[in-house]
Design a protein around this ligand. Structure first.
Ligand SMILES: Cc1cc2nc3c(=O)[nH]c(=O)nc-3n(C[C@H](O)[C@H](O)[C@H](O)COP(=O)(O)O)c2cc1C
Length: 189
């Protein structure tokens, strides 16, 4: 009986270990835990197939009452991309996410667009590409570049995602900034 209890205990510990390792190795969990906001990109281009998958990820994002309030403008023209984010280098593309309204006062629409942004940001990284989210250029886009982007007057840009190929040997773990620990930000009631 004692032997059986020891064997069962070891088996249980092994199962917990194996399952938690398996969860961490799940491709979706791994992308969610290991993403980072890339600053440096190579000049190699993103393929049409990759771009299509990233767009599909954005389209599939959840939204309040399934309102899907977003529009995605893919900027492949390098001159226009550099106007929006001056540090963009050849090979990178931008996806400008926009929606009807002023982009400031409609919280639900902004949250919906944020989810689409996050889905595309993570999809790019799941495909082995680099990506970074930008809101810094939004005021300038809405003031000066709506015409260039073909955005109507009643629509506002909400965020931009830069997507491109990473240079060789980027280390995802040391590329990401530290995060707060769970004991600082989580309460259980
Ligand atoms: C809503 C949002 C807006 C951001 N805007 C900018 C920006 O304007 N410029 C920039 O360089 N990075 C911007 N970032 C990138 C963040 O600085 C980056 O995600 C954060 O520092 C975490 O980086 P890490 O995941 O590599 O650790 C933005 C990120 C988010 C989520």
């Amino acid at each position: 009986m004692k032997k059986f209890t020891v064997f069962f205990g070891v088996f249980l510990v092994f199962c917990v270990f194996f399952l938690s390792a398996q969860n961490r190795n799940d491709p979706a969990i791994s992308t969610i835990l290991n993403h980072f906001a890339a600053r440096n990109y190579s000049s190699a281009t993103v393929t049409k197939a990759e771009l299509d998958l990233i767009i599909q990820a954005g389209i599939r994002a959840p939204s309040a009452r399934n309102g899907q309030p977003w529009h995605f403008t893919v900027v492949q023209n390098q001159a226009l991309a550099k106007k929006i984010i001056p540090q963009v280098t050849d090979g990178s593309i931008l996806i400008v996410v926009s929606a009807a309204g002023d982009g400031k006062t409609n919280g639900a629409v902004i949250l919906d667009c944020g989810l689409a942004v996050q889905s595309m940001y993570l999809a790019a990284q799941a495909l082995g590409l680099g990506s970074r989210i930008y809101t810094g250029p939004i005021d300038t886009i809405n003031k000066d570049f709506k015409k260039d982007l073909g955005l109507p007057d009643n629509v506002s840009a909400i965020a931009v995602i830069r997507i491109g190929r990473l240079p060789a040997n980027v280390d995802a773990v040391s590329s990401a900034s530290p995060r707060n620990s769970a004991d600082k930000i989580v309460t259980y009631k």
